[in-house]
Design a protein around this ligand. Structure first.
Ligand code: MN
Length: 253
């Protein structure tokens, strides 16, 4: 298997979690040097900048996911909602600058280690930041279809068929009361499962790897779908970027 440069950087980013903070800072400065030749994910790019988290640009135009997700929703969702999570996270970390040595993933994996006065802010806004960063990347114009290769095999193994998986995912997304997310995760036992979380909670905080997730907050669909969340959940499959989701599955494994 050929490891491309970006994938290597992702592995590097994932592996620093087990090192001391000094090792982490060193790895991050290495990543920073590499940004001129590699194409790190928006999360990595933002975290390489001296502890200031920045809003990653949307990887396509606001109207690129029409007619399934409308441009107006994308504009508000990215420019206002995601931007607010980033701003609030930065403000919280300003109160405890020593935390800026950690990646957002590391912060969320160890919420108990976050000072109590900013713990909930980091949980909500750090989660909001990484959840949305993933969300933009796993969608694309002219997406949809079905996964192939190892991911397709794993889905068949754990859910019987892609159709069953899709139905289960939509069901869990529909059942989430209020705001939250529905996910395909790899759990601690290495098994795939469909789960939902409340608010901006990420499966990372529960020791699970989020392979793909859909945002079921009303802000993700209300302008176009109003109260019809089920219609939004169905339409979302038409914009999925299975290449990106497969990469995340490989990282999870
Ligand atoms: Mn959202």
């Amino acid at each position: 298997m050929v490891l491309n440069r970006r994938y290597f950087l992702v592995l590097l980013g994932a592996s620093v979690g087990s090192f001391a903070l000094d090792g982490c800072a060193l790895a991050q400065s290495n990543m920073e040097e590499n940004t001129s030749t590699a194409a790190p994910s928006p999360t990595q790019k933002s975290e390489a900048k001296k502890g200031v988290i920045t809003l990653p640009p949307l990887p396509y135009a606001y109207d690129a996911l029409e007619p399934h997700i409308d441009a107006e929703t994308m504009r508000f969702h990215h420019d206002k909602h995601h931007a607010a999570y980033v701003n609030n996270l930065n403000k919280a970390l300003d109160k405890h600058p020593q935390l800026k040595n950690r990646t957002v993933d590391q912060l969320l994996r160890n919420l108990d280690s976050i000072p109590a006065d900013i713990r909930n802010t980091v949980r909500n806004n750090g989660g909001g930041h990484i959840n949305h960063t993933m969300f933009w990347e796993i969608m694309k114009p002219q997406g949809g279809g079905e996964p192939t290769g190892a991911l397709a095999s794993a889905i068949n193994q754990y859910f019987g068929s892609f159709a069953n998986f899709r139905a289960k995912f939509n069901e869990e997304g529909g059942k989430r009361f209020g705001s939250g997310w529905v996910w395909l995760v790899r759990n601690k036992d290495g098994k795939l499962e469909v789960v939902s979380t409340a608010n901006q909670d990420t499966p990372i905080s529960a020791g699970k790897f989020p392979i793909m997730g859909n945002d079921v907050w009303e802000h993700a669909y209300y302008l176009k779908y109003q109260n019809k969340r089920a219609d939004y959940l169905e339409a979302w499959w038409n914009v999925l970027n299975w290449e990106e989701i497969s990469k995340r599955f490989t990282q999870a494994v």
